[in-house]
Design a protein around this ligand. Structure first.
Ligand code: HPA
Length: 293
């Protein structure tokens, strides 16, 4: 395959990203300028109901790939998050569901939406997911602030020719998850008295859950969480110079830790159980970001 062919095939090429971003802008109400993109993971999509002045658009209309996984609705929602008596809230673009590479999509396809949202003006990207708990002391239902990640997907969303209009060839990854945003999230969690440990998220290809031996390996590598998303999106966000905040909902303890088999139903059930706490935390973080301006 020639270089040009690889380039043309990239579903997240500069042109494809720009086209998707233009469609997003066309969907926004006049004068809207959302600065935060929020990606909601498995079973966490109902945060969209908390937005003020919300309206949505189907992924198909803005060139976003659609997930076949239960719990991923496939709508982009514009609205105001974190509204309080003293503040109108912060404008956000919220993704209800994402595609995963295990569904057969290339990592370039997986990251197109996040790239397009950044190109449309969202300089802050909040990534959420349901994850398996690997670290000592984690419990199902915990909300964990991601402090770093391990890319164990065996691929990179940046593989292939680099377009300098998107970012540099060799982007720095020494602080993927923004320290100031993490500090803000921790202050909010403390104020709301929500337990929120920090953790390292290992991103694996999936779709099969891990074996107990793999989970022991992950723990040995320093992982606290394991999941099948987030890492590619965080990488391209940093590639484009956006700030990233990552939040995991521990939907289950990882394989071999409880003696119980894992299932996707358990993942979405736990997400539903912690819905209220997750919404309070996210709303608190959004209100704080709104007041920071
Ligand atoms: N492993 C990988 N991905 C996951 C898990 C898990 O245990 N739970 C939710 N997503």
């Amino acid at each position: 395959m020639s270089r040009a062919a690889i380039h043309d095939d990239n579903p997240a090429s500069f042109e494809a990203v720009a086209q998707s971003a233009a469609r997003i802008r066309a969907f926004l109400p006049p004068g809207a300028a959302p600065s935060i993109a929020l990606v909601l993971g498995s079973g966490l999509g109902s945060y969209a109901d908390e937005l003020a002045d919300a309206h949505g658009i189907d992924y198909a209309e803005i060139g976003f790939p659609r997930s076949g996984v239960i719990g991923h609705a496939g709508r982009l929602v514009y609205g105001r998050a974190g509204r309080t008596a003293s503040h109108p809230g912060v404008e956000v673009l919220l993704m209800q569901g994402r595609v995963h590479t295990y569904e057969g999509h290339s990592l370039q396809t997986v990251v197109l939406p996040v790239r397009a949202l950044i190109a449309a003006g969202c300089q802050t990207v909040v990534l959420t997911n349901a994850a398996g708990g690997v670290g000592e002391g984690l419990q199902a239902g915990d909300l964990v602030l991601i402090r770093d990640h391990l890319n164990l997907m065996g691929d990179s969303p940046l593989r292939g020719p680099n377009d300098p209009r998107l970012g540099v060839r060799f982007p720095d990854m020494s602080e993927v998850y923004d320290a100031k945003l993490r500090a803000t999230a921790q202050q909010v969690a403390a104020r709301l008295q929500i337990r929120m440990p920090t953790g390292v998220y290992a991103g694996l290809l999936g779709p099969q859950y891990e074996t107990p031996s793999e989970v022991r390996m992950l723990r040995g590598l320093g992982a606290d969480l394991v999941g099948m998303s987030t890492v590619p999106e965080a990488i391209v966000a940093r590639h484009m110079g956006a700030r990233v905040l990552g939040l995991s909902c521990v939907s289950n303890l990882a394989a071999g830790m409880t003696g119980q088999p894992l299932s996707h139903e358990e993942v979405t059930e736990t997400a539903a159980r912690v819905r209220g706490t997750f919404i309070r935390l996210l709303d608190g973080i959004m209100a704080e970001l709104a007041s920071l301006g």
